[in-house]
Ligand binder design. Structure first.
Ligand code: 5AD
Length: 451
């Protein structure tokens, strides 16, 4: 059977989609190749959020097909996911060696289409159509290639987004909001837990809008909170996370869930995008700075140690120095534990791309550098403040930085590296934090034990 290599660009949703495609191909007998050059089939699962992400994937594919022409003309190439969806056939016009272009509602067809291409029945396949029910097709899990059972897993609960933020291409690449049912999601989670998973991260482009159109509010609880309640019932599941929410989804029912559900960890990634009301309005975000701050205050009232991180766009059209100062001051006020900064990138067919007063690149660069320095100062000071504290971690396995050590995560989603053995994998344990590095903590389990 052929071997496949899948390279993933972009977000956790893309990682999850790639994993589902890999699992689907492994089930058909494919081997997972160690590199692109060693693989019979190379799939790039793409991101369209910024132009840079698209250019990375296009550049990589150009290099790969160039090498294959000389050495392995029979190698099969495919683009999957968001850029495949938004560019479609244009990708094959540009790169004629590409064999497959598979959109975001078609991941589950990868094996079938590759089979046809490899058997020589079809030469090129482009499928970026909508497909009813596709939200419930991302189900197969690889769980670390099955060699070791994984401790954490992603579960896709919905697809698409209807928010239409003016900067964002995702409503075009991922389509309208469609949600899976609660029993379907719970069944997948139960199976994962039976296979050793202890922490589940629920995924979607706007998870807080989960089930809005399908499930009425019950006892004051939105569909998303009803889903959290149902997953919380699963025995032996220790932790629940989710990403990405929208700030407007933090109603009192969700805030109250943080107080009520012990498995819902004290961690929230809440994209704010800007600290200026004028820019938030132009972005069509649907909240003000004050409302955002109100949500943070409510969350901290129920979980004082909650770890809050965010996404911010720098240089949205017409952003002035004053608007940018508002973002800096919001970051100081909230004290995010970390933040992901995005330089504004005009996206095809989005309202913001046509707005006047696009910000010059050199101003974006200098604002980005200032904001990054501030985010790092605040984040690293917080990490440093945890030295000497005791933290509960879930041990995930060998450290990515140093394979002789293990790593786990705190409930607030911080990586802790410590000396341990593989028998700690999958366990919840208390460690004493001994030092902090760059957005990493180091812990000592022994110190806790001798107390
Ligand atoms: N330019 C820059 N950043 C963007 N994001 C989304 N669209 C754009 C764009 N056009 C960022 C947002 C979002 C994150 C995933 O990507 O901050 O939260």
């Amino acid at each position: 059977m052929p071997s496949v290599y899948i390279k993933t660009y972009g977000c956790q949703m893309n990682e999850r989609d790639s994993e589902a495609v890999a699992a689907q191909l492994v089930a058909k007998g494919y081997a997972l190749a160690p590199s692109e050059t060693a693989a019979d089939v190379v799939l790039l699962n793409t991101c369209s959020v910024r132009d840079a992400a698209e250019q990375n994937a296009l550049g990589r594919m150009t290099t790969l097909v160039g090498m294959a022409r000389k050495r392995r003309p029979e190698q099969v190439f495919g683009f999957l996911g968001c850029m495949a969806q938004s560019r479609g056939r244009e990708l094959i016009d540009k790169l004629p060696d590409v064999d497959l272009v598979l959109g975001t509602q078609k991941f589950h067809r990868a094996a079938e289409y590759l089979g046809e291409i490899l058997a020589g029945r079809r030469e090129k396949i482009v499928d970026v159509a909508e497909e009813q029910g596709s939200e419930a097709t991302i189900k197969e899990h690889l769980l670390n290639g099955k060699a070791k059972s994984a401790v954490t897993a992603f579960v896709s609960i919905m697809q698409g987004c209807n928010q239409r933020c003016t900067f964002c291409i995702v409503p075009d690449t991922r389509g309208e909001e469609r949600s899976r049912t609660i029993p379907d999601i719970v069944a997948e989670c139960r199976e994962l837990v039976a296979r050793g998973v202890r922490e589940i991260t629920l995924l979607g482009q706007i998870v807080t809008s989960y089930g809005k159109r399908d499930l009425p509010v019950k006892d004051g609880r939105s569909a998303f909170v009803q889903l959290l309640d149902a997953i919380h019932e699963i025995e032996e599941l220790e932790r629940i996370r989710f990403t990405s929410p929208h700030p407007k989804g933090y109603g009192d029912d969700l805030i109250e869930a943080y107080a009520r559900l012990p498995k819902l960890v004290e961690s929230a990634h809440i994209p704010v995008q800007s600290g200026s009301d004028r820019i938030l309005k132009l972005m069509h975000r649907g909240y003000t700075r004050e409302r955002f701050l109100g949500i943070i205050a409510k969350l901290r009232a129920v979980q004082p140690h909650i770890g809050i991180t965010t996404d911010i766009i720098v240089g949205f059209p017409s952003e002035t120095d004053e608007d940018f100062e508002q973002t800096l001051s919001l970051v100081r006020e909230v004290k995010f534990q970390n933040g992901f900064l995005f330089k504004y990138s005009p996206r095809r067919d989005t309202p913001a791309a046509a707005m006047p007063d696009q910000v010059p690149p050199e101003i974006i660069e200098s604002r980005h550098a200032r904001l990054l320095a501030q985010i790092n100062d605040i984040g690293l000071a917080h990490y440093e403040s945890l030295v000497g504290t005791r933290q509960q971690i879930l041990v995930e396995g060998a450290s990515h930085r140093n394979a002789t050590r293990l790593e786990g995560r705190t409930r607030t989603n911080k990586i802790v590296i410590f000396e341990g053995t593989d028998r700690h994998r999958g366990q919840l344990m208390d460690v004493r934090i001994t030092r902090s590095g760059s957005f990493t903590l180091y812990g000592d389990p022994a110190i806790v034990n001798v107390e």
